[in-house]
Design a protein around this ligand. Structure first.
Ligand code: ATP
Ligand code: MG
Length: 388
């Protein structure tokens, strides 16, 4: 059976100084984990700033493409055809030009890279020679937008040839930036925010607040599906399902409806801060986007974020809904996000909520409710779900 290999590139990690080894190790571990989880057989080795996956089976190639394109830290990857230099150095042009004749294309570009600087031709000379041989068979050179890109990399002992580069998510390997707690609703925004922070190297732990009066089972299933999808090719994680009903009841009893959303969300941040403390996380993620809804005006965000003990990461702050939906689709989250569900945040709030809540007034209202004890109690009653 023919065995293949895959060359994995990473870009941002290469800019790291003394820590580079730590980032590379994490990326290798994450790749190994995802491939093993999907029963892919492989041998992994590091090779001059690249990761190589060797001894791959042809039937696994599709699966491998899908997995690697979803691993943060990978920039590009490709599956080269490998030709040993030993006996066919002189025939390499003929071998490649015969090989491409089996492919359907009209225009092409040759892109050669010499790793072995002792190779007797420069990359440019190689491009010109191979290009002229292929164009003599009627194909046209187009360096800007070719139908076929012929990539040739010259190593000391081998030629690597490949026609298509695959793309990863770029960014940093999961876990290299430490743990972050994500406030995950079942909507479109917060799953995208979580994924973006995972691509910045965060190891994301999820928290969902649910109202027990809603259809809890279907809400829970939806949230688990979302976390599974965000985390599909990443090491296992944890989801906290926090029962919010009792706390909301207390808030509803003493807080005018136009401020309730602010109090709900301040409580969420306090509870999330406790979780951060417990698990050693360094910050909290939300799907806020400036001005999108009443709770996301600058004044309200200031009032809400004030309750957090940890830094808040809102990577969607400057994006509009169309841009967020685009990302949601790209990450394969959209179809799950649009499934109907009850978000506890919209439970008994005003149709015309306050858009410029003042912190002193909110603290006055909070003072009337024994929130601290209730919040600790709420956290203790959380269900912890391990997501493999
Ligand atoms: P999303 O699409 O993420 O639900 P949204 O545009 O509906 O966001 P809000 O409902 O105001 O906005 O929520 C803002 C943010 O608060 C969410 O992105 C999420 O981070 C957090 N949040 C809201 N509801 C919940 C919940 N039930 N559990 C956990 N976090 C929540
Ligand atoms: Mg929402």
């Amino acid at each position: 059976m023919e065995k293949h290999q895959c060359v994995v590139n990473y870009s941002e990690i290469k800019l790291k100084g003394k820590n580079r080894k730590f980032f590379e190790k994490k990326l290798r571990e994450n790749i190994e984990y995802a491939l093993r989880k999907n029963n892919v057989k492989f041998r992994l080795c590091s090779d001059f700033g690249k990761i190589k996956l060797l001894e791959l089976k042809s039937e696994d190639i599709g699966k491998i493409k899908q997995i690697l394109s979803d691993i943060p830290g990978i920039s590009t990857f490709y599956f080269p055809t490998i030709i040993e230099r030993k006996n066919c150095e002189r025939d390499i042009f003929e071998i490649i030009s015969n090989h491409v004749k089996e492919i359907q294309f009209k225009t092409f570009a040759v892109r050669c890279k010499r790793v072995d600087k002792k190779f007797p031709m420069t990359s440019q000379d190689f491009n010109i020679k191979l290009g002229s041989i292929i164009s003599s068979s009627g194909y046209k050179v187009d360096l800007e937008n070719p139908d076929l890109e012929i990539n040739v990399i010259i190593y000391e002992r081998e030629f690597h040839i490949f026609f298509k580069k695959e793309y990863g998510l770029y960014g940093l390997p999961i876990g290299t930036s430490g743990k972050l707690v994500s406030l995950l609703s079942g909507g479109i925004d917060s799953p995208v925010a979580s994924k973006l922070m995972a691509i910045r190297g965060g190891k994301i732990i999820y928290v969902h607040f649910h109202n027990e009066t809603a259809d809890s089972c279907s809400v829970k299933n939806k949230i688990i599906e979302l976390v599974k999808k965000i985390n599909e090719n990443s090491p296992p994680t944890t989801l906290y399902m926090v029962p919010f009903g009792k706390l909301q009841k207390e808030i509803i009893g003493l807080c005018p409806s136009k401020y309730r959303m602010i109090l709900y969300r301040r409580s969420m941040f306090r509870i999330a801060s406790e979780i951060c403390e417990k698990i050693g996380a360094k910050g909290i993620i939300t799907g806020d986007s400036l001005g999108q809804v009443a709770s996301q005006t600058i004044e309200n965000l200031m009032t809400i974020y004030e309750s957090s003990k940890y830094p808040i990461f809102s990577p969607l702050m400057g994006l509009n809904k169309i841009e967020i939906v685009e990302k949601s689709r790209k990450f394969g989250l959209y179809e799950i996000s649009i499934l109907p569900y009850d978000d506890c945040c919209s439970f008994l709030i005003s149709k015309h909520p306050e858009t410029k809540a003042r912190i002193d007034m909110i603290k006055d209202i909070e003072g009337k409710i024994q929130l601290e004890e209730l919040e600790l109690n709420t956290l203790e009653n959380s269900e912890i779900v391990e997501i493999l």
